[in-house]
Ligand binder design. Structure first.
Ligand SMILES: *Cc1c(COP(=O)(O)O)cnc(C)c1O
Length: 420
């Protein structure tokens, strides 16, 4: 079930204070998630969440998570800049590489970040760009299908990430020769997985491989990084991940492989942490009846791309009509010249009138962050509902001037289009 913790009055107050569309995030819910995760793994002496910055790259959010004891997982130069600006450094930063430009390794090294290598060829790059540190992490790709029981949960064999096991054996020995003393092991094998058995199954693979690789290479296993992928209930009938059960499942796997302890655990959750605490707040601005009934919103896929890109379900409710019967069937659309710009297709909803406040749920991860400027559409604002109930603008909406800023155009040349 999606998150209904905010009343319609809250959305109405926010929409009275800020022009729609905007993403609204709930600070109390965010802190609750961070605390629940830390509690679920409190059995582990050295546990830390490294929030995947790409899910919600806003400094206000990162600073809250920092207060809750989280680090950050970055995968680009500008994400590292956000981390630096928010005061993250050293052990609180994970830099997860894939086809990165070499200078990003230099920057991550200057920050003292843990470097998570994606490929055996990265070892030479790291040696020249920042140097091989005492502790280095490698990303493992076990290949084939990733199964829990008989259910296929992911296809690592088709994924671009990670070292093969043989490459880990060879690569870790090389890292040792270049001065490394300890290593971490990371893998991301399934996305948006709400099965409580996902992390425990992944943990078992990583714990076993880490233990064996330590024995084979003589490097000490410092940590296991379980990465992201824990899912959220986007659908009304979907079950919520039970994070306490997840932590307990990982504990059992841990004790079976590391009875003496001594290995730290890290996670890099993005979606689970912020997905359900964000909502895209929009107004219905257009109604059209042809072969179908359409409701047009003042937002579009540029504000939330997941439905258009993945056919993803995002729950929608209409403010003030929660108790109304869902006796209409609509395609809920944006304003892009692109027929996939639909937030919902053939969705049963209450009757929507022009001016209704329409709330799209679970926009808090991979929502605003995936925004783009197709059709010259501008990215929206982000608003934080603080713990005391007040609202704070944590990112202003883009303006036409922002859109023109990278072009060789003097805004004065299109002065009729500049709002007074
Ligand atoms: C995207 C990503 C994450 C976060 O994934 P979620 O599905 O949002 O939990 C974590 N680690 C890495 C390396 C990623 O690329």
């Amino acid at each position: 079930m999606p998150n209904f913790s905010l009343t319609d009055q809250v959305f109405e107050q926010a929409a009275a204070a800020f022009p729609t569309p905007f993403h609204l995030y709930d600070e109390a819910g965010l802190r609750r998630n961070a605390r629940d995760l830390n509690r679920a793994f409190s059995w582990c002496k050295d546990f830390q969440e490294y929030f995947a910055v790409k899910a919600l790259p806003n400094p206000a959010i990162l600073r809250i998570l920092k207060e809750e004891g989280c680090g950050v997982d970055c995968s680009s130069w500008t994400e590292l800049m956000l981390a630096e600006a928010c005061g993250f450094s050293g052990r609180d930063v994970m830099f997860s590489a894939n086809a990165m430009p070499p200078e990003e390794f230099d920057y991550a090294s200057r920050l003292g970040a843990y470097i998570n290598l994606d490929d055996i060829t990265h070892i030479d790059v790291l040696e020249k760009h920042g140097g091989v540190p005492e502790t280095v992490c490698c990303r493992y790709n076990p290949g084939g299908d990733f199964k829990i029981g008989t259910a296929i949960m992911g296809n690592p064999g088709e994924a671009k990430y990670g070292f093969t096991y043989a490459q880990l054996q060879q690569g870790l020995k090389r890292l040792k020769a270049l001065g490394a003393k300890k290593f971490g092991l990371h893998a991301f094998l399934s996305s948006n997985n709400t099965d409580n058995g996902y992390y425990p199954a992944l943990a078992k693979i990583l714990f076993t491989a880490g233990r064996d690789l330590a024995a084979e290479t003589g490097l000490e296993l410092a940590f296991i990084n379980l990465s992201g992928g824990v899912g959220i209930p986007y659908l009304p009938d979907a079950e919520k991940t039970d994070i306490m059960a997840v932590g307990e499942g990982v504990r059992q796997a841990y004790e079976a492989v590391f009875p003496q302890g001594g290995v730290a655990i890290k996670t890099e959750l993005g979606r689970w942490m912020t997905g359900p605490i964000g909502w895209l707040v929009t107004h219905a601005v257009h109604s059209k009846d042809t072969y179908r009934h359409y409701i047009g919103l003042d937002a579009c896929a540029a504000n939330l791309m997941r439905p258009a890109m993945y056919g993803a379900y995002h729950h929608i409710h209409v403010c003030g009509k929660r108790d109304w019967p869902c006796d209409r069937v609509y395609d809920v659309t944006g304003n892009l010249c692109e027929n996939n710009d639909k937030f919902a297709i053939q969705r049963a909803l209450p009757r929507i009138d022009m001016g209704d406040l329409v709330i799209i749920h679970d926009s808090g991860a991979h929502g605003h962050a995936m925004g783009y400027n197709y059709n010259g559409r501008l990215r929206s604002a982000e608003v934080l509902r603080q713990e005391d109930g007040s609202f704070r603008l944590i990112r202003r909406a883009e303006t036409p001037q922002d859109y023109l800023a990278t072009l060789d155009i003097d805004p004065a040349a299109c002065a009729l289009g500049l709002k007074k």
